[in-house]
Design a protein around this ligand. Structure first.
Ligand code: HEC
Length: 290
């Protein structure tokens, strides 16, 4: 096997192995980064919900005094404000959602799905966890969810313990059997933000393919330059010296000398070779004379 073939084979094998390994590591890294990005968006959505609820509680709920017990304005309920605003967002971006669910909800819309109920049950069995990150696969791709428990504080129980305590207008709107019977400090539900993972994951995969392609192209270019250098600096002069040596050994003493200029190792070799050949010539001539 020639020098060039062996050289290309070894370098290509080393490159392919190294590239495959780094592509795997890069893919893992990019996917982890994509998850971090998605989680950050989910956290911003939760924070936006907090802000909406804070605003409603501070600015809208106090307006309730202006209305009688019979006239219940649901826009004064912080969870209603949050749910309505995020429902609107969900219509524009169907893969994104923020849901305020309760196992026994006031509004039937807030009844949890199977996977949402599962999250609420996990919070109920572990009151110490303040946050849960889960992932599930859907027909449109994987979805990441960030959830927080909803705990019924004593002040919530005016509207969520018994219908008799709740504003009559609220009971008239939602009925006497929905969203009541909550216990003080009970984890009654969860705020669940869902953000699609499919696009960031696809972008991560695409970035890996792009990088592998770029590295591959750079490698081919470098390999071409290395091949040219190897041929000009090593293979061609050695072939020339081998040809001269071959001809001299076959007795063609008139074969012209091959001299390579410069001071690299091959040039030194060609000079030594020529000196050896001249010594051989004079030795032969001495022998012929004798
Ligand atoms: C003035 C009455 C009132 C008070 C006080 C109140 N809520 Fe509600 N809550 C409601 C109503 C009405 C709804 C249904 C809103 C809707 O239609 O989306 C609701 C909805 C919810 C929901 C969404 C699930 C569901 O039941 O539909 C959660 C969770 C919730 N409330 C938790 C709380 C918590 C926690 C507190 C205390 C910090 C609280 N609520 C205080 C009236 C109240």
């Amino acid at each position: 096997m020639g020098l060039i073939v062996r050289f290309n084979l070894v370098i290509t094998l080393a490159f392919v192995f190294g590239l495959a390994l780094s592509a795997l590591l890069m893919r893992e890294r990019f996917i982890a980064d994509a998850r971090v990005g998605v989680l950050a968006s989910a956290r911003i959505m939760l924070q936006a919900s907090d802000s909406i609820m804070h605003f409603t509680g501070e600015e809208v709920t106090p307006l309730r005094q202006a209305f009688g017990q019979e006239e219940f304005i649901r826009a004064t309920v912080p969870f209603y404000a949050s749910a309505s605003i995020f429902e609107n967002l969900h219509q524009r971006y169907p893969d994104y959602s923020l849901r305020n669910v309760a196992l026994n909800p006031t509004n039937p819309r807030d009844r949890p799905t199977e996977s949402e109920a599962d999250i609420v049950h996990r919070f109920r069995s572990r009151p110490d966890i303040g946050e849960l990150v889960t992932e599930r696969t859907t027909p449109t791709g994987p979805i990441l969810s960030l959830s927080r428990p909803v705990v019924a504080r004593p002040e919530c129980l005016i509207c969520h313990s018994v219908p008799a305590n709740a504003p009559s207008g609220m009971v008239a709107t939602y009925g006497p059997s929905n969203g009541f019977g909550w216990q003080p400090n009970e984890t009654v539900g969860a705020q669940i933000v869902s953000v699609p993972l499919s696009l960031p994951l696809a972008q991560a995969e695409e970035a890996v393919v792009h990088l592998v392609g770029t590295f591959g192209a750079v490698f081919v270019a470098v390999l071409l330059v290395l091949n040219a250098l190897l041929y000009i600096l090593v293979v061609r002069p050695i072939r020339n010296m081998a040809r001269v040596a071959n001809e001299v050994s076959l007795g063609k003493l008139e074969t012209p000398e091959y001299e390579r200029g410069g001071s690299d190792e091959i040039a030194i070799l060609s000079q030594s070779f020529n000196r050896m050949r001249r010594s051989l010539d004079s030795a032969m001539r001495l022998l012929e004379k004798a």
